[in-house]
Design a protein around this ligand. Structure first.
Ligand code: GTP
Ligand code: MG
Length: 206
């Protein structure tokens, strides 16, 4: 898919106040610092559209970016950031769960995981939660530039094993990406386009 336009629309700490147009959206979620905001910039070919930082905890709100005037990418705060105070954590958790549980426009989530680390409990628990909440999701492995190309498939095979051992019957769709060298850009965008085509066929998808 070609990206013609990408614009920031709004930030929210309340899922109810997110844009109410009936168009599909895709949310990026995962541990703090995994590369959610960087991936949005990579996909949209913009350096500073979503704010990134080498320090975890940069994104603190639900951010809507409108793409090609007819669908949204959504950047969310990360989970698992130990330095956030308990109170802030509880507030984050509340608006993130409100978002996943009530957002009708959300057609699919992408759970981002750092390809360098073996499957983490917090990510597996979050995927479990998405499954229970009936939110379809895919996995995006980030920072592939940090591991040798020959290692990638072994790492994903290990991840798959761990998911299957955690009661998943199959792996969801997986993407290998790097925001540094743009690995995986076409694959992620083509996947979204395929879903969009289905969504646009059905004008009343929500
Ligand atoms: P929070 O908003 O804090 O939850 O983090 P985030 O998941 O949005 O991460 P962000 O995109 O801000 O990136 C965190 C750090 O990882 C930054 O220093 C990025 O430059 C770096 N980073 C992100 N993606 C990649 C990647 O694909 N390769 C490499 N080498 N670094 C990356
Ligand atoms: Mg971020």
């Amino acid at each position: 898919m070609k990206i013609n336009t990408a614009e920031f629309v709004v930030s929210n700490s309340d899922a109810k106040k997110c844009p109410n147009e009936p168009i599909p959206e895709y949310a990026f979620i995962g541990r703090s610092n995994v590369g959610k905001s960087s991936l949005i910039n990579m996909l949209t070919n913009q350096k500073y559209l979503a704010k990134t930082s080498s320090r975890p905890g940069k994104t603190q709100l639900i951010n809507h970016f409108k793409i090609n005037s007819n669908w949204y990418l959504v950047d969310l705060p990360g989970y698992g950031y130990a330095k956030v105070s308990k109170k802030t954590k509880a507030v984050f958790q509340k608006f993130i769960t409100d978002y996943f549980e009530n957002r009708q426009q959300l057609v699919s989530a992408f759970v981002l995981v750092d390809i360098r680390h073996e499957a983490q409990k917090i990510d597996l628990e979050f995927m479990q939660y998405l499954g229970e909440t009936e939110v379809p999701f895919s996995i995006i492995f980030t920072k592939a530039d940090k591991v040798g190309k020959q290692k990638v498939h072994g790492l994903i095979a290990d991840y798959r094993k761990k998911m299957l051992a955690n009661n998943w019957e199959e792996m969801p769709p997986c993407f290998i990406t790097s925001s540094e060298d743009k690995t995986g850009r076409d694959e992620v965008l083509d996947y979204i386009e395929e879903i969009n085509v289905e969504m646009f066929k059905n004008q009343n998808f929500i």
